[in-house]
Write a protein that binds this ligand. Sequence first.
Ligand code: SF4
Length: 183
Amino acid sequence: MRRINEIFESLQGEGFHTGTPAVFVRFSGCNLACPFCDTDHRAFTTMTDEQIAAVVAQFKPELVVLTGGEPGLQVSERLVDLLHTEGRKVAIETNGTCPLPANIDWVTVSPKEGSAPVLTAANEVKVVFQADIDVEKWHNAIKTDHYFLQPCSCKNTSEMVAYIMAHPHWRLSLQTHKYLGIR
Ligand code: SF4
């Protein structure tokens, strides 16, 4: 059984797939405790992989984003297979501290300070920018074609833009769903 916080559809607001319609499966629970975390880890419903896939099947978007919490603590190869059977492309947003099933189509690693990612490659890396944190260690540790920096809770944007201009191997990611007032 998986602990599911919510399943809903919206536009992906962040990173490489910004603007893409998606179904979000938010798992409850995390192995980290970031001060800026916006997930309520106490609320969840227990569901089987089949029940999760059945709810996802009610939505149209092809892209399914497994998020959290830390979805890597609970996601199974079987769930990804079930979603593939429904014709979905499966992405995951992870802090990178858990090994993942190999059949996931798109891996976004969002490493957090004080943790040690076990993933050394990803489809994209997305880091919440904080001026006192060395983000280059993650650029060096995780191989990808897409490195994004994102302001912390839509703040410190100008500071982050200045950092990107000085370190142009990073690109800007904004939480556009927050600016648009959508989920
Ligand atoms: S890794 Fe993500 S879900 Fe976990 S505490 Fe940090 S922000 Fe929250």
